[in-house]
Ligand binder design. Sequence first.
Ligand code: SAH
Ligand code: SF4
Length: 337
Amino acid sequence: METLLDAARELQWKPFRLRQVHHARETELVSGWDQMTSLPQKDREWLNGHIPFDCLKVMKSEISEDGTAIKWLLETGDKKRIETVLLIHTAPTKKWGTVCISSQIGCPMKCAFCATGKMGFFRNLTADEVLDQFLIAKREAAKQGIVGNLNVVFMGMGEPLLNLEAVIPAIKVLIDPKRYSLSPTRVTVSTSGILPGLKRLFDEKLNIGLALSLHASTHELRLKLMPANAVYPLDEVMKEIRKWEKKTEVLYEYILIEGVNDSPKDARDLLKLLKGRNAKINLIPLNPVEGTGFRRPAARAMMGFLRLLEEGGLAVTLRHTKGDDIKAACGQLNARN
Ligand code: SAH
Ligand code: SF4
């Protein structure tokens, strides 16, 4: 598929032209090449004939009953499907959004609790496909009066650190002051702990946030939940993350699964693992996925687990599961439709 860079070459654009086109699309949020009235007519015609305005097609969009989550089913040029979610947060004086972006079609990591892991792996997304997800969500956010206040989390389908070829260039565009201009601290990459990817991303010095999908505090238990732990053992991953913790507070995600990782001993192991680290923990009530046999603990049990961590001195939050009714919550993305 041709890209805007091909267009620039073909139409012999001076650099300002490409900037103008990016600005119209990404900031003014125009909805088609024809609306780019600052372009010569012949350029618009060429674009219409060669480059789809969006490389992802919206097949379906669903909004949760309470209006705080919107999920898109998107189709790629080769007719594969991915999902993107916009979560809307409202506080008395402000409104902001979080865009949950997919990095791969499916995922090869096969975590035992995850809907995406169950569907297998098809291919990596391109940087344009990653960015178009953000643009689609940004347009909707603008309609809802959210301008500029957007966070991006790579917590949709796929393992972003296995697709740094596309994810790094996409992040660079997101934080480029001449493009989407997000503050790097508004971008968070979530990983199951891919060591080489962690090293490479750190060396890019992008100053973005990091989240580690932890879910278990001992090697043995983590191995049962996340096969990747055999290749990239927890202690090595935790050692690598020290570098990140010197610059930023790292978010540890911990899905609570009844009878699997939610006992007082599990809480103590977690405290031991994160003691003295620049860490914040996000407890995530499991979103049950068919065929896994895993259940979400009762609310009381989850609160008890949270309290043990707080008493141990950890910064801890319990995620409110927005969008449960439309399966927009993380780990439920499997593009089944
Ligand atoms: N592959 C990356 C990013 C995508 S997964 C990673 O694993 O970090 C995004 C988040 O959703 C991760 O924390 C993941 O562990 C979590 N998740 C996966 N399955 C889930 C489920 N069934 N319920 C709740 N969260 C889940
Ligand atoms: Fe892949 Fe993340 Fe799901 Fe594991 S939790 S299978 S790494 S998407």
